[in-house]
Design a protein around this ligand. Structure first.
Ligand code: ATP
Length: 760
């Protein structure tokens, strides 16, 4: 990396575009007082981002713009552009996350413009950027903003005059530690921002808590309700399925029972109808029955009449028989009976015998009586024959009687026959009547039985219709139950249909199930499921947000932790490199010091200015005290670090003076130069601008100064503003600056001899 050139336009006394080339390690700018040499130095400060107007000898931005002159108009803006050769790609720009990005340009150009209203513009390779970016970029090539590498006129001993703390900053800058300070500041800024974010997030979370708790409670409630729903569903499945099976069975039982009864009832009715139908002719029959009775009565009357006639005839017969007996008794007074011949006797005997045989098989008493009377007649006639044979007068009387008797017997026989006939008719009639009565009775009994059955069946049907009503109510309440359950559980309730159950339903168990269901239903209705899904959704959202915030808190805590770590690491790095740097500077400082003063020593000491402002010194080569106590509190630590300062200790040869204040102007200048050069030697800046740093040097020291310049120029480009010929003689390029009557500075390349003339 090399400084290529500097373009100045409208800046202070440079009204026109002026270009300085830095092709040589040492470039000297010479010219008379007031010609604008220092303006060149200030242009360099300006373009590198200097913010102190004072260090550019102005108070406003407008002071930097060419003000115009009699002949020249004022400029509208001041601008300066510096070009670096970046073929080694050393320029880096660190991004937001702290990564360094190499700029892939062969030439880096940085421009700064200031307008009369004080507005500043920074341009990096044609793109407008922020000052921060310029600082960031320059610190990557060890060009710090403390300006330790630009020593303005009269500022040679600034490093001696400045405060311990500022001096420390200058040293840090010179050691290239400023970039770490930037990073620390950046980290600190991020840390604060992160802490703010954390506060904000934690506040948000805290604000969320009551809502989240409320929602959680709701959700718990709904989850409990959900559990209840699950329990309810499982109870419902069993209950409803069983109930369904039961009701179906009941229904089909009732139906088949009803059908059976109806069928039977129909048949009973048909039977009754049949009976009634059959009764119609039967009634006629009963009328004929009544006719039969009547006929019976007629016959009975007749038989009574016949019997009366018969009795009369019997009486007649008795009288006749009595008369015949008397006749015979009279006859009997004439005894002996003539014994008839055996044939006649046998014939009589056979006749009697045959009559007896008839009588034996005869059932009718009247008939038997008649047979007996005939036998009696046979016997009488046998006796009469005897008498007649003995007394023929008697026989005629007897004969008459006998004749009458015979006639009566015939009458008797006739009437007995008639009686028998009527009697038989009566018997038949009676039998018929009794048979009819019997049939009637059986029918009546049958009818009665059917009526009773009809009654029974009708009652059964009534009972069934009551049962049907009950069943209908049960079915209604079953359907209601499904509806109510559905309202609490949803359509899933219908899955009860798939529940497996046996066909025999225990009603008591069902009752128990129903009671359980009712209990859960009541609880569920208490909890209420309305809006559950919205609450759930809201809870999920709020919870997710809370989780997100919690995660963010974690992330923030992690980034705070990593920022703290980064800061600690950077501080540690600064601390270590600072100590190392001080040691190295001290080595060089001591060398340069004794070179400039021809002996003596100089060293830097790190001092800690604590709150009581007590200083603690460390040895020349030890750097900060190793036993320095770091306070626990980080802020205090930071404060303590900031309170670290650098003290310069010198010891002149042959003199006892050790205080800086006691040094002469030249001595102060020499000591400053020794220190500046030592610092530049340890960590060479890319370039070093020295504005009349050599002003106070005598000839001998000017030579030593010139030697040191050459030594330094091996590592850093040097731009020196000088009136010193010795210094001029060491430069490869000499620019002469003059100011004309138009009030504008002009730049021209000059030879050493010309330069010496111009500088006067
Ligand atoms: P010396 O050798 O005495 O230190 P120098 O060469 O360093 O002098 P500068 O201090 O650079 O001179 O230049 C100062 C000159 O610049 C003054 O003449 C001053 O009037 C002029 N100048 C400063 N600001 C402006 C401006 N804004 N517009 C025009 N001229 C300005």
């Amino acid at each position: 990396m090399r400084l290529k050139n500097l373009e100045i336009n409208g800046f202070k006394s440079f009204s026109k575009k002026t270009v300085l080339e830095f092709q040589n390690p040492i470039v000297a700018i010479v010219g008379p007082n007031g010609s604008g040499k220092s303006n060149v130095v200030e242009a360099l400060r300006f373009v590198l981002g200097e913010q102190s107007m004072k260090s550019m000898r102005g108070s406003l931005g407008a002071d930097l713009i060419f003000k115009g002159s009699k002949n020249l108009p004022k400029s509208s803006r001041a601008s300066a552009t510096i070009y670096f050769n970046n073929s080694d790609k050393i320029f880096k720009l660190s991004n937001e996350t702290g990564e360094n990005i190499n700029l892939n340009y062969d030439v880096i150009s940085i421009s700064r413009e200031v307008f009369s209203d004080g507005l500043n513009k920074y341009i990096l390779n044609g793109s407008e950027v922020r000052l921060k970016d310029i600082n960031n970029l320059l610190s990557s090539v060890n060009i710090g903003s403390s300006g330790h590498h630009i020593i303005s006129q009269g500022e040679t001993d600034r490093i001696l005059n400045t405060s311990l703390k500022d001096r420390r900053e200058m040293v840090e800058d010179a050691l290239g530690l400023k970039i770490y300070q930037y990073k620390i500041k950046e980290a600190q800024r991020k840390l604060e921002k992160t802490a703010d974010n954390m506060k904000e997030v934690s506040l948000l979370r805290r604000e969320n808590v009551p809502h989240l708790n409320f929602l959680k409670k709701q959700v718990d409630k709904f989850e409990k309700a959900k559990e209840m729903q699950v329990a309810l569903l499982s109870l419902y499945k069993e209950y409803l399925k069983k109930e369904g099976v039961y009701l179906e069975k009941e229904q089909s039982n009732l139906l088949s029972e009803k059908n059976k009864i109806s069928l039977e009832l129909k048949s009973v009715k048909d039977n009754l109808l049949d009976i009634e139908e059959s009764e119609k002719p039967a009634r006629n029959a009963s009328q004929s029955d009544a006719g039969g009775e009547k006929e019976l009565k007629v016959f009975e009357k007749k038989i009574n009449e016949i019997r009366a006639v018969k009795n009369e005839i019997e009486r007649k017969l008795g009288r006749i028989e009595g008369m015949i007996e008397m006749e015979e008794r009279r006859k009997d007074k004439t005894p002996e009976v003539l014994i008839k011949n055996p044939e006649e006797i046998k014939a009589i005997f056979d006749e009697i015998n045959s009559e007896i045989e008839v009588a034996v098989v005869e059932e009718n008493i009247a008939e038997i009586k008649i047979i007996l009377l005939r036998i009696k007649d046979i016997l009488k006639s046998f006796k009469q024959q005897e008498i007649n044979e003995k007394n023929p007068s008697l026989n005629s009387e007897a004969e008459n009687l006998k004749k009458q008797h015979q006639e009566i017997l015939v009458q008797m026989q006739n009437i007995a026959n008639e009686e028998k006939k009527i009697f038989e008719k009566i018997e038949i009639l009676k039998k018929e009547i009794s048979q009819e009565n019997e049939a009637l009775h059986i029918k009546e009994k049958e009818k009665f039985n059917f009526r009773v059955r009809h009654q029974e069946l009708s009652s059964s049907l009534d009972l069934i219709s009551v049962k049907e009503q009950n069943l209908k109510r049960e079915i209604e309440s079953f359907e209601n139950e499904i509806k109510e359950g559905g309202a609490l559980i949803g359509s899933e309730i219908l899955s009860y249909k798939n529940f497996e159950t046996e066909k025999i339903i225990d009603r008591n168990a069902q009752e128990e199930l129903k009671r359980k269901i009712e209990r859960i239903k009541m609880k569920l209705e208490d909890v209420g499921m309305g809006g559950g899904s919205e609450v759930m959704k809201e809870y999920e959202e709020v919870l997710q947000r809370d989780n997100f915030l919690a995660k963010e808190m974690e992330d923030l805590a992690v980034s705070i932790e990593s920022l703290r770590k980064l800061m600690a690491d950077l501080k540690e790095k600064i601390d270590v490199e600072f100590k190392e740097g001080i040691k190295k500077i001290n080595v060089e400082f001591d060398k340069f010091f004794s070179l400039m003063f021809g002996g003596g020593t100089g060293y830097l000491a790190v001092v800690i200015e604590n709150k009581k402002n007590r200083r603690e010194k460390t040895g020349p080569l030890e750097g900060p005290r190793s036993d320095f106590e770091e306070p626990d509190d980080e802020e205090d630590e930071e404060e303590t670090i900031l309170e670290q300062g650098i003290e310069i200790n010198v010891s002149l040869p042959h003199k006892k003076v050790k205080e800086l204040n006691a040094l002469s102007g030249g001595e102060r200048s020499l000591a400053s130069i020794a220190l500046l050069f030592a610092m530049s030697q340890v960590n060479p800046p890319p370039f070093l601008v020295l504005d009349e740093t050599d002003a106070a040097l005598d000839e001998a020291n000017s030579r030593k100064y010139g030697d040191m310049l050459e030594k330094l120029s091996r590592h850093s480009q040097l731009i020196v503003v000088t009136h010193n010929r010795e210094t001029m003689s060491r430069a490869g390029i000499l620019y002469g600056v003059t100011i004309g009557s138009d009030g504008a500075s002009k730049l021209l390349s000059v030879k050493l001899d010309e330069a010496a003339v111009i500088a006067k």
